[in-house]
Design a protein around this ligand. Structure first.
Ligand code: FAD
Length: 288
């Protein structure tokens, strides 16, 4: 299908993009276009203006930032999946990115676009939550940091304000020489789209063979990704043998989505199975 007519703007600086966003009614930012353009073609979205972030330099990077790794919003999934720095210092995000779609999607889609779009079946939200990442949102008034736990607010809605651009994602160091946590992402792929029917990201810290702490982010089950707080509480200070029972609480009180491929009941079941697998893999990585 052909999208409705729209104005196209191609700012060269973040300041220009922010000014355009503040001054144009019904404007949308364009990143990789892999979610927005299909929606426009189906006329689910019909923005009056597209503000293309693609020609702004300095929004695509992965670099050290003290105890965190900073990732520019326009960094592609492929760049994240292949980043040596992330593999060494915070591998969960790289592992998650490698699960997204296919080569074309990974070469074009961006982390900022994916997180701002907040598809309930997107992969990154699980990892972002498990890592307690920080989102940097810019407006003409300055910078605001949104913790991951406050970022996803509903079906395809986030805490970003209409005049804000997500510019950076900050994840903590979990591995290498300064961390010591084990991480893993386990996903049940939709066979057609590759999206997560259910995806579970886990960060596990061990102490003397027991679980000191576990952080679990789950995507695909409800209208937005969530932390499996009941599983985390059930594992604190417990031996690894507690994982199987604790994982049964993975879907908790979440209202599970159902569709023609996977019923709500099946999604709840997958959440338990993939939580167990992600926790076991993360605990194994922590023990290395
Ligand atoms: C065939 C196919 C398979 C896919 N499979 C998967 C999968 O398995 N897992 C998965 O997670 N995803 C999957 N995707 C989605 C893909 O990851 C997209 O790249 C992603 O959802 C959107 O990123 P984008 O850069 O393309 O954003 P766009 O489509 O350009 O934008 C998406 C939305 O975010 C807004 N936006 C973009 N950047 C910013 C920013 N910096 N600040 C604020 N708002 C912004 C836009 O205005 C728009 O509303 C798939 C897509 C396709 C087409």
């Amino acid at each position: 299908m052909i999208p409705a007519a729209f104005e196209y703007e191609s700012p060269r600086t973040l300041g220009e993009a922010l000014a355009l966003l503040a001054s144009r009614a019904d404007a949308k930012l364009l990143a990789g276009g892999h979610s927005l353009l299909p929606a426009m073609k189906l006329r689910v979205a019909a923005p009056a203006t597209l503000i293309d972030l693609g020609r702004i330099s300095g929004l695509s990077y992965i670099r050290n930032a003290g105890q965190q790794i900073a990732i520019g919003a326009m960094t592609t999934h492929a760049e994240i999946a292949g980043c040596d720095l992330l593999h060494a210092a915070s591998p969960l995000l790289a592992e998650t990115a490698a699960h997204i779609g296919d080569v074309q999607v990974r070469n074009r889609g961006t982390i900022g676009g994916s997180l701002a779009h907040a598809d309930p079946a997107a992969d990154y939200p699980a990892a972002i939550l498990a890592l307690d990442a920080e989102m940097v949102a810019m407006s003409e008034r300055g910078e605001r940091i949104i913790p991951a736990r406050k970022f996803f607010t509903g079906l395809m809605t986030t805490a970003l304000r209409p005049n804000e651009i997500l510019t950076e994602i900050r994840v903590p160091r979990t591995g290498g020489t300064t961390g010591g946590a084990g991480t893993a992402y386990k996903k049940f792929h939709h066979p057609a789209s590759g999206f997560a029917v259910v995806g579970v990201a886990a960060v596990v810290k061990l102490r003397r063979g027991n679980i000191e702490s576990a952080a679990i982010g789950i995507t695909g089950v409800g209208v937005h990704a969530y932390r499996a707080a009941a599983v985390e509480a059930a594992l604190r200070g417990k031996p690894l043998s507690a994982i199987a029972n604790a994982a049964e609480k993975a879907a908790g009180k979440v209202e599970a989505l159902g569709d023609s491929y996977a019923s709500a009941e099946y999604r709840r079941h997958l959440a338990q199975v993939f939580t167990r697998r992600a926790l076991q893999a993360a605990a194994k990585a922590a023990g290395k």
